[in-house]
Design a protein around this ligand. Structure first.
Ligand SMILES: Cc1cc2nc3c(=O)[nH]c(=O)nc-3n(C[C@H](O)[C@H](O)[C@H](O)COP(=O)(O)O)c2cc1C
Length: 197
């Protein structure tokens, strides 16, 4: 497990080789083993492959186009649009995409009371733990992964396309790696750990 933590990298180039359904289910099962606030297990996983993936990518690109040229949901993030386009190209190369939905989520445009806000934060932490478990399980199987939040650049389009209750949180791209990047830099412990004895 520790070696999976150290070996995991965000993979952005994939081989043209499918992942077996058994491996996909194993990876999701590892996600389901994550802790969750009050054991609410607020996660739902939508596996997208083949023609559905082609359809989704088309919708994703339409959303980015709307974000860039019409009504922007994220007007202060325009400088990240080209990176979002690159993310869609990566998703095109990956054989499997999993969308992770917060089945109890209210959505990014809802006004929340403080209690609802905390409920939402706890559910999203639970889902994040699930995603990390999935990335580690994939690493152990020699499957590359990328955690994706650029979905927010086509948020309304993708939510409409997935047509699921709850709130879309993130996507994961999975595939056999066609690159083996070095570890990306990390902050030094002495700069981020504060001891109070
Ligand atoms: C919440 C979250 C969202 C991310 N979204 C994207 C994304 O949309 N596109 C992308 O290429 N990488 C994305 N990443 C990957 C990060 O860029 C990557 O984890 C970081 O640069 C560290 O590299 P490493 O994962 O190889 O250690 C995301 C990572 C996290 C945790």
């Amino acid at each position: 497990m520790i070696s999976a933590i150290y070996d995991r990298r965000s993979i952005r180039k994939f081989l043209d080789k499918p992942i077996s359904k058994e491996d996909i289910l194993d990876i999701i099962q590892s996600g389901v083993k994550a802790p969750s606030s009050k054991n609410r297990q607020p996660w739902k996983y939508i596996v997208i492959q083949g023609n559905a993936k082609e359809e989704m990518l088309k919708v994703f690109r339409q959303g980015i186009d709307r974000e860039e040229n019409e009504s922007a949901l994220l007007p202060q993030s325009k400088q990240h649009i080209s990176a979002a386009k690159y993310t869609v190209d990566i998703m095109e190369e990956a054989p499997t995409i999993i969308f992770i939905v917060n089945s109890l989520g209210k959505g990014i445009l809802s006004e929340l009371t403080p209690e609802e806000h905390i409920y939402e934060i706890c559910n999203i932490q639970s889902i994040s733990a699930s995603i990390q478990n999935m990335l580690l399980a994939a690493t152990e199987k020699g499957i590359g992964s990328l955690w994706i939040c650029d979905i927010y650049f086509a948020y309304s389009e993708l939510c409409k396309w997935i047509n699921s209750d709850g709130q879309l949180i993130a996507a994961i791209a999975l595939g056999y790696p066609n690159e083996f990047p070095k570890e990306r830099p990390r902050k030094k412990l002495e700069d981020i750990v504060e001891w109070r004895n």
